[in-house]
Design a protein around this ligand. Structure first.
Ligand code: SAH
Length: 218
């Protein structure tokens, strides 16, 4: 896409820095990942706008600011292993891949997972493993994780995710229903979960065993 570099610089300064995201590593990752490559071809003209976009299957790629904010709240270091629930387009996973050693991302729709794998490969991002499974159960095979990001709205914090979080780890998750959710930032401290920070958000529902049942996202 023509001038995408300039559009990304503007996206970061106007939508993300201006709203208070300070981490230089997160800002650099947001400048580096080509968001337009993760959206559907007909959505590319809007790739750098301040809003979520449809990615098929009734799902959306999150607003850039929310991706940056969740990445900052994860407080990642280069040696960390991070789990994302809800791969969607693979964009959030790509941002996390620049901030951590290894990303595991779980998606329930095989077609979305496959498309995300292809995009990540085309973008030469090699440290993301995309798994097709019920992510409300986490991904125990690679636990514990220094950070877990849930990019779909949960009725409550799923128990398996608490268990798979490393001591000192951060769990970032929108909790609530269709009317709105709060973004919660939890930290595991001496085995206890401490609630950090709160902000109003609007995500699509988390399904699965610890998610919302079909028709129950209210
Ligand atoms: N992080 C994504 C956007 C996520 S949209 C991005 O950067 O594009 C939320 C995603 O969560 C959707 O793709 C949806 O299919 C997925 N999802 C919902 N419930 C899930 C579950 N139980 N397990 C895995 N994925 C789930």
């Amino acid at each position: 896409m023509k001038d995408d570099f300039e559009l990304r610089q503007r996206m970061v300064s106007e939508q993300i820095e201006r709203r208070g995201v300070r981490s230089l590593r997160v800002l650099a990752a947001m400048r580096a990942v080509q968001r337009h490559c993760f959206v559907l071809p007909d959505q590319q003209p809007y790739a750098y706008e301040d809003r979520p976009l449809p990615i098929g299957f009734g799902q959306t790629i999150s607003q850039p600011y929310i991706v940056a904010l969740m990445s900052e709240l994860a407080e990642l270091e280069l040696q960390d292993t991070v789990l994302e629930i809800g791969t969607g387009s693979g964009y959030q996973a790509a941002v996390l891949a620049l901030l951590a050693r290894q990303v595991h991302s779980v998606e329930r729709y095989p077609d979305l997972a496959e498309r995300a794998r292809c995009t990540l490969q085309e973008e030469k991002i090699g440290n993301v493993s995309v798994h097709v499974a019920d992510g409300s159960l986490g991904w125990p095979e690679a636990a514990p994780y220094q950070a877990i990001l849930v990019t779909a709205a949960a009725p409550a914090v799923p128990e398996p995710l608490q268990q798979q979080l490393a001591e000192g780890g951060r769990l970032i998750i929108p909790v609530g229903g269709r009317g709105g959710q709060e973004l919660q930032s939890w930290r595991k401290q001496e085995g206890c979960m401490i609630l950090g920070r709160v902000l109003g958000v609007a995500f699509v529902p988390l399904r699965g065993q610890y998610g919302w049942a079909e028709g129950e996202f209210i």
